[in-house]
Design a protein around this ligand. Sequence first.
Ligand code: XUL
Ligand code: CO
Length: 434
Amino acid sequence: MSYFNVPKIEFEGPESKNPFAFKQYNPEEEVAGKKMKHHLRFAAAYWHCMRNDLSDPFGQGTALMPWDDGGDSLENALRRVDVFFEFLEKLGLEYYCFHDRDLAPEMNDLAESNRLLEAVVEKLEARQKETGVKLLWGTACLFKDRKYAQGGATSPYLDVYAYAAAQVKAALDATNRLGGLGYTFWGGREGYATLWNTDMKRELDHLAQFLHMAVDYKKKIGFEGPFYIEPKPREPTTHQYDTDAATCLNFLREYGLLEHFRLNIETNHATLAGHSMFHDLQVAIGAGMLGSIDANRGDELIGWDTDQFPTDIYLTTEVMLAVLGMGGFTTGGLNFDAKRRRESHEPEDLFHAHIGGMDAFARGLKIAAAIREDGRLAEFVQQRYASFDSDLGRRVEKGEATLEELQRLALENPEPMIPSGRQEMLEGLINEFI
Ligand code: XUL
Ligand code: CO
């Protein structure tokens, strides 16, 4: 039984005109000492591929999903697993990510929801064994259902908080059973709409205790992967507590959670926070805390979380420069948390979207590797800070210098004349490789 009238997607090279072929992504090709597929570790998002009907606030869904009867039956949920695995295999995608409620429906009864989830997980386990596909991370959806309208782990109501905890427990069990490499917390409703009704400090304390309980449970069941926090400043709430990488790091540090977590940085979330993806990646990497990436992009003309497929070569180059710079992913990867436009409603558009994203990242990888191999950019940056390689500079960096010593240096020398930052020259240099 085949659900997609699409061939297996192979690498045909930049000359190919076949829309169902990779032009850049050649999984087995070595770049910077490693196969492309091992650098990139692409994952598909179950929610966008299988559950996103492409509706928007102004109109109904448009996606054609002839395999899906739209109902909440177990049979329908199990059939989606087969559709998804055909999709993964045809694209050569080796990883995926899910929310509990993408896999199986939320029923009006937690025990029944858990039962359906377990049945789907059993099937996923079998299909993973058969195909070698792996779970990059799992997560629990604590934002769709109406009970989470005022938060999950930051809800003012203990019964909702308990429900959220029960969902995380079940999602952790599912992730552990499927050999997940990590587990993500994205707090879409963990924030507030107005401070007139909100005790912010109490909510943050509750969130931290929630995460501590999850850490305890992870140890208890022997789940070895890291937890990820995925920052986002707003949407759906007006203000989300996990605003950006720096805010999350501070929260984790303040509550003694740092060692159990890494960050999962998403492009469109970084830009909503007023940063570039490159910026938030560097914040995470600087702290040794980048775990994984949700690959997508926004639209500067729209300004909300459009979750578009990443096709901008500058963006993918910057991301891969950052990833290569930190020595590559360990447990993480590039998860396409991206959806087709509402106008791209045919099943084959799922393929065009992923081919475009994978090719864009393959090019970004090759360009980033060439920039690193060339060395001029790194050399420039290193030279820019060379005065700190002096004896006094080193002592400043080690925390051994004093204001008096620095005053002496300042008094001994003439007024500083600083060299150019050469931004335009460097932008031209990058363009040599794009
Ligand atoms: C929402 C978003 C989520 C998380 C997982 O903006 O990115 O899909 O990745 O909950
Ligand atoms: Co995401």
